[in-house]
Structures are given as structure tokens and as C-alpha cells.
Design a protein around this ligand. Sequence first.
Ligand code: PLP
Length: 494
Amino acid sequence: MAPERPDPLGDMTPDEFRRHGRDLVDWIAAYLNQDDRYPVLSRSRPGEIRAQLPQGPPASGAPFDAIFADFERILLPGITHWNHPGFFAYFAISGSAPGVLAELLIGALNVQAMLWRTSPAATELEEVALGWLRQLLGLPPAFEGVIYDTASVASLHALAAAREAAVPDVRVEGLAGRDLPPCRVYASEQAHSSIDKAVMTLGLGQRALRRIAVDDKFRMRPDALRAAVAEDRAAGRKPVAVVATVGTTSTTSIDPVGHIADVCEAERIWLHVDAAYAGAAALVPETAGVMDGSARADSVVTNPHKWLFTPFDLSAFYSRRMDLVRAAFALTPDYLSTPEAGQVKNLMDTGVQLGRRFRALKLWAVLRYFGSAGLQARLAEHMRLARLFAEWVDASGQFERLAPVPLSVVCFRARPPGYADGAGGGNDDRLDELNARVLEKVNASGEVFLSHTRIDGRYALRLAVGHIRTRERHVARAWELLQAAATEPRRNSI
Ligand code: PLP
């Protein structure tokens, strides 16, 4: 049917929008409830999607039906389905249905919340929704919150505030050409690469990041931190910040934040807690202790887009020193000044970014729809599934676990008989190759998608449970596929 275009200079007509909108919502409802229609990991080859699209822009418009047909035919094969219950890679995430509906409203309103007056509800809802989440995390009211897109950006802002506190006039004078001691930031060997990127971006240089040794459970050793700070002070270097991780990326280990806070308080160093993945576990009574000690930090980040069913992207940043974040970034040109300044918060003051999406709406919708009890039940189930999978691994003569399972991620590898651990010798290389092959094979099934990491030099498979529709049968299927894949390559390789 030809599209109605009554106003050649206007937008899509309301009728047309209604029709496509309904079709789209129907499509999404079916999409979110199908497990087997698409392979989880895209089978697209490099360049394949691009080659199917015109290289130049279209001169004349096309009906939305045609656009959607291209989406289904060309683009969907190039999608890796993060919103699939067989997604076990990296940190499994969910764009839950209430969050998706909120995204639709966010798109419709198209709010740009740089200033309070550019949408008072966006600024004030952000405060309220982050206040709720703060309480769920067990952080005191002294922590003010702001939403960024990602944890990487949140940690960058935390370290910018720490730099602001540690280096006089850095905002105006910068770092170059000044008589300043080298700065140091401390994080464990297991901390996320976003911390490297933050120190690089802030002009401290990657060498400024000192990696602190971990214990046998991959947690930062406070004694090693204390020694590193003492050594740096003795050498005339300037400790600026410590980043503790609650839920490290490889193994989800949890740094002893309380002991690290002791060091930071004694040494007067900014403490930032990266709880990007594991902060959510604070909602579950059995794992509420994950945030122990974080109330003593200067700043904390957690990602509702990771394990709190909020569509990507939404990262919640909290600081008891938001004045320093503002000192680092607030800048109001005349064209952005408002009469209510002083009575309200303007989100543009809390960071690099001027424009802000109305992300708070989706966090609010998710928190309201599920309630803390609903969220807690779902997170607890993910942890149960991870423990169950770990039990299967432990009971198997073919696989072994490579790290504890404090939350919802299991690190393990295939080690069939005949592949004795060479403790770093040549045998480990063969095991690494075997496991890389197992991973490729399992992922090629299209039913599940797992990723890998390296633990103590060993190639490790990683199963992360975190999608809202993942059930025991999906985890069981992953286990079946893994067992089959681990048996076959061995025949070929010996
Ligand atoms: N911190 C940790 C511990 C992570 O695991 C990750 C990503 O997995 C990040 C930070 C970065 O998250 P984002 O993609 O929100 O920047």
C-alpha cells in the first residue's frame, strides 16, 4: 500500500505511525519470546552487511515497510542477539520489556536534559530513580547520583574529580609543562581496561596506573596496595586514586573494599569503586555484602544496563564529592545561563557531555515494574543457575573450574583425561587450543554464546548468566553442547 504523504514537508502521518508502531510492537513481542529463530552469535562475515547497503544516500524517501524489510533481510543477520536467553558471553544483559517500552517513550519525547528547564522531569526523575537505586545498593544519602552512558565514562569522571582534588589548578593549568610529580592511580591486576583508558584520557599516562597484585581468589591485596603507595611516596610520586572492583570482569572477584578504604583514608587518596556488574547483587540478601565498605568510598559506579534489566545504555554514578566533579567540569556560557540557576541542578554541570538523554525514565520504569522483590528474585535465580552449572563442571571428569563463583559467572575449561595440566608447560598450550576450539564450536551452534578470558595464564571459558529469560534449560543446553564439543576435538587432536 502506498504511504500517505499529505504534507510533503511534514513527518510521517499519525495513521501511518500508528500502523507501523503496532506492527513493530507485535514484532518486538514475538522477538523477545522466541529462543530459536536467530543464532545468538551473528554468522555474518566481515563486510557482508555493508556490501548489501547502497554506498550513497537515497535521494528520495522510501516507505517504512521497505525500511523494515531491509532491517529484517539485511541487518538482522548481522545482529548478535544480546537479548537472547542463550547469551552467556561477557556479562549477559537484558533489555527487559518495560525498559524497551520506556525507550520508545524516550525516543518520542526526544528530551535533551542538559539544563533543568530543558525538561524538569528528566532532571528530577534522575534524582529520584538514582535515590531509589542508592538505597537498594545500601549507600548513604551523602552519595549524590548522576547517570552516564557507561561505566567507562563514569570512572573517567571519578578519576577526573580525584585529579581535581590532587593537582592544584589542573582545570586551568593542565598537567603539561608544570613542575608536578608523576601521578599514580592504583587498581588490581584484574581491574577493567576502562581504568587504563581513563588515566590515558586524563593525561596522566598509562604508566600512572599501577596494577596491584591479587590473592588466590583474584582480589586486590590491601598489603600490596599499602606497600605500593609507600614506595611511590618515597619516590616522590603522587597517589591520586585507588579503584577497587566489586565484580571483576574475568572472574567477578570482589576486592576487600573496607580494607582498601582503610588505606585510602589513612593516605588521603580518592577511593572509587567499580561495581559495574556486581553492584546489583546488593539487592539479594545472601550477597548483600558485595557492597560492604563502599559507603566509605568517594565514588561508586554500577551499571543497571548490565545486571538490572535496563536496556543499554545506563550507568549509575554516585559520589559524596559531586562538588569536585562539578569543579572539574561546570562551565556555563551565556547562552546556557538560566534564571533558576542556584535553585536547581543542571545535568550539564556534572561532566564532559552537554546533552543528556532521558535515561532515567527507563531505570524508573524497570524499578517500578519489577519492584525490588522482583529484581531480587531474578538475580537470585541467576546465581542459582551459575552455581548449578559450576556443580556440573565440578562433577565432570572432562571439565574443571578455574575460579570461585561468587555471583552469576562461571570460569572453567575443558580438561579431558589425557590433557594433564602441564602447569605452564606445553600441555597448557594444547589445553588452550582445545578450549578455543570448544568455544568456537559451541558458539557456531547458534543456540548459545559464551566468551573466554585468561586466568593465571590459562585460557578459560566463561559462562555468565544474566538474561531475564534465561532458564535452567538454556544453561543445561550450554552444558550439553560444551560436553559434545570437548569430546570431539580430542579425537582429532591426539
Ligand atoms: N568495569 C567493569 C568491572 C566491567 O566489567 C566493565 C565491562 O564489562 C566495565 C567497567 C565497562 O563497562 P561499560 O561498557 O559500561 O563502560
